[in-house]
Design a protein around this ligand. Structure first.
Ligand SMILES: C[S@@+](CC[C@H](N)C(=O)[O-])C[C@H]1O[C@@H](n2cnc3c(N)ncnc32)[C@H](O)[C@@H]1O
Length: 224
């Protein structure tokens, strides 16, 4: 049986902590991680930390829609929201390069492949589709090295795998402004993601406190 099948049904408890793949919600991130995202996006604005917002791994787009809504609520038209995804699901593991992805099954799940058209349509439902939202289509190893932005104040990594996490860290963390925030959604849920995050922090001497959001989400602030 599909191991995720049991997660398909609605449960208030699972939704609160994002432990399901909801049928129709625009994000699978639960309430706790949505509050965390809203808090850090607002802190970036209030503390005048320069740079755009990005999520790598957007699924139906809900977290990017939330970031765009917060910018709109603050009347901030100077920052963009980057919406980065293959829009075709996760990549096939490359075990020779990323051993922690060897047995990762997530690329087999069609539930994780949401088209760019569907994500754009979701943005439109909130009247938030604007020129300040930039869609970055393709696998991260191809797209993230050539983004049009060189400055971010908020990074939200939600690509599950070791590869998807480490490629995002290598390409985006150097562009995170001092005082900026980084969220890693899958730190508790996916061993490869946790390993990639720990490897990157160790290799780059990042000692900033890792703050826990819930059973899986973590974040830290880049020292100013
Ligand atoms: C768990 S879902 C993201 C959930 C989403 N943040 C939300 O709010 O519901 C993972 C997403 O990451 C994308 N993804 C994972 N690895 C990727 C990669 N290397 N390149 C492009 N997209 C990737 C998948 O297509 C999928 O949409």
């Amino acid at each position: 049986m599909d191991p995720w099948h049991k997660k398909d049904g609605f449960s208030q408890k699972n939704r609160a902590i994002g432990e399901d793949w909801p049928r129709s919600a625009h994000t699978m991130v639960g309430v706790a991680r949505l509050h965390n995202l809203a808090d850090l996006a607002q802190e970036a604005i209030k503390q005048n930390i320069p740079g755009d917002f990005i999520e790598t791994g957007v699924w139906r787009g809900g977290c990017c829609i939330l970031m765009s809504g917060i910018l709109a609520a603050y009347g901030d038209t100077t920052r963009k929201v980057f919406v980065a995804d293959s829009f075709e699901g996760l990549p096939t593991p490359k075990p020779k390069r990323y051993i922690w992805d060897k047995d990762d099954p997530l690329h087999k799940y069609s539930q994780l492949a949401v088209s760019m058209e569907e994500v754009k349509a979701n943005f439109a439902k909130y009247d938030l589709l604007s020129s300040n939202v930039e869609f970055i289509k393709g696998f991260f190893d191809k797209t993230l090295p050539t983004l049009s932005s060189n400055s971010f104040s908020l990074l939200r990594l939600d690509g599950d795998m070791y590869e998807s996490t480490i490629v995002a860290l290598e390409n985006l963390y150097p562009k995170l402004s001092p005082g900026g925030f980084i969220i890693v959604d899958d730190y508790g849920a996916v061993e490869g993601c946790r390993k990639a995050t720990d490897d990157y922090r160790r290799e780059n001497n990042i000692g900033a406190t890792l703050n826990v959001v819930d059973w899986t989400g973590v974040w830290w602030q880049k020292p100013a």
